[in-house]
Design a protein around this ligand. Structure first.
Ligand code: RFL
Ligand code: PHB
Length: 394
């Protein structure tokens, strides 16, 4: 088999990249370890930046997003019962964000890929990368029980944090930066009306809580929990009681509860690998970096990597600009490190830290006051939250 760009992973990075390359006239094939249903069942991100929305529209996958997504013009930050709203358009040059579930976005991308008749292989084990530093890289994998060789010009490693792409780069050719937080997020999805039309980030002495949504009839809530917690310890009633204790008024009294459709615990991590390329292998999205979900940046960073890689590849194929290939990692990392900083900072300000030192708690409070009450503080939060600009490639 042969294609121009072999894409490993059918998450948002792989599917978006595949569609945008196709529109630039570049052939590609997507290979995914899991089944289509499994990929669609993962409940993850919910907040899209305007740059991400533009890319999805460009990929022809923006129709349902534009109809069903919930535009969010503000976020609410709370600290021990006190609420402060940050108006996004006021402080971020008219920009806002859109609440639209990653599950829906993935479904839309799968549909446009199917409609364009582009090849995606699901449930493919044993993917391995070969000859990445030569002009003739290739993949091997098992398809319907048979060993297959896929020759290509370039490989996009879009296989998430636990994929094989990053691991295929020799340890001497990469450097990893990591911070693991001593808490996780317990998430709950329920068919109840969201307690607030805008996302609420609430710091509380019992731990952080987040109120989000998937639609005006479906809520998504999170609670900070110790790392060793298990979902079994959290029957629905305990979750709702704890959430109510951590939320400020009027949310605490207005919270509508109901049976959980899904409950899961995610650990929190900051991670970056440098560089994000090795010969003709390019890492995209979670394969190269992870942020704690507090800034809602993970999926949006994946989209910005896609923007840089497809812009470069389009110029390589259509204008012979091979010189641009070497610039991918540096271009992507510039934006990634700024989003890493913002996500780390939001996480540190709003979570009950491992430290029991009352000094740290006072610093968190002072930070919250400074950033939510001053013009420059609000501007810093809003501009980072709606997403820093994507650079054009020339
Ligand atoms: P994914 O989504 O992990 O997809 C990778 C795909 O690769 C497949 N794969 C392989 N395929 C072939 N061969 C192999 N050996 C393979 N190994 C793995 C996997 O099966 C999978 O299908 O990575 P991608 O595409 O880079 O997308 C990244 C996003 O999914 C991620 O950044 C976000 O979900 C992060 N995130 C959030 N991001 C936001 O922008 N806004 C948010 O509000 C937000 N909230 C969140 C989040 C992540 C969360 N969790 C659970 C980690 C909230 C949570 C709770
Ligand atoms: C979500 O809706 O799942 C969500 C929203 C905002 C975040 C993280 C997750 O910061």
């Amino acid at each position: 088999m042969r294609t121009q760009v072999a894409i490993i992973g059918a998450g948002p990075s792989g599917l978006l990249l595949g569609q945008l390359l196709h529109q630039a006239g570049i052939a590609n094939l997507v290979i995914e370890l899991r089944s289509r249903a499994y990929v669609l069942e993962r409940i993850r991100a919910g907040v899209l930046e305007e740059g991400t929305m533009r890319l999805l529209r460009e990929a022809g996958a923006g129709q349902r997003m534009d109809l069903e997504g919930i535009a969010d013009e503000g976020i609410v930050l709370a600290f021990d019962g006190e609420r402060r709203r940050i108006d996004l358009p006021t402080y971020a040059e008219g920009q806002r964000v859109l609440v639209y579930g990653q599950t829906e976005l993935t479904r839309d991308l799968m549909q446009v890929r199917d409609a364009a008749g582009l090849p995606t292989y699901y449930e493919v084990p044993d993917v391995a990368i070969h000859d990445a530093t030569t002009d003739h890289p290739w993949l091997s994998f098992t398809l319907n029980g048979a060993s297959v060789r896929l020759d290509c010009d370039y490989i996009a490693g879009c296989d998430g944090f636990r994929g094989i792409s990053r691991q295929s780069i020799p340890p001497t050719a990469r450097r990893e930066y990591e911070k693991v937080y001593p808490f996780g997020w317990l998430g709950l999805l329920a068919d109840t009306p969201p307690v607030s039309r805008e996302i609420v980030y609430a710091a509380h002495e019992r731990g952080f809580a987040l109120c989000s949504m998937r639609s005006l009839a479906r809520s998504r809530y999170y609670l900070e929990v110790p790392l060793n917690e298990t979902v079994d310890n959290w029957p629905d009633q305990r979750f709702w009681d704890e959430l109510r204790r951590r939320l400020p008024e009027p949310y605490a009294s207005e919270l509508v509860t109901g049976p959980a459709l899904e409950k899961s615990i995610a650990s929190l991590r900051s991670f970056v690998v440098e560089p994000m390329q090795y010969g003709r292998l390019f890492l995209v999205g979670d394969a190269a970096h992870i942020v704690p979900p507090t800034g809602a940046k993970g999926l949006n960073l994946a989209a910005s990597d896609v923007h840089y890689l497809r812009s470069i590849l389009a110029k390589v194929y259509h204008q012979g600009r091979h010189d641009l290939l070497a610039s991918y990692s540096a271009l992507a990392l510039d934006r990634i490190w700024k989003a890493e900083r913002f996500s780390w900072w939001m996480t540190s300000m709003l979570h009950r830290l491992a430290s029991d030192n009352p000094f740290d708690a006072r610093i968190q409070r002072a930070e919250f006051d400074y950033f939510t009450t001053t013009e420059e503080g609000r501007r810093a939060i809003a501009r980072n939250y709606v997403g820093l600009p994507l650079r054009a490639i020339d």
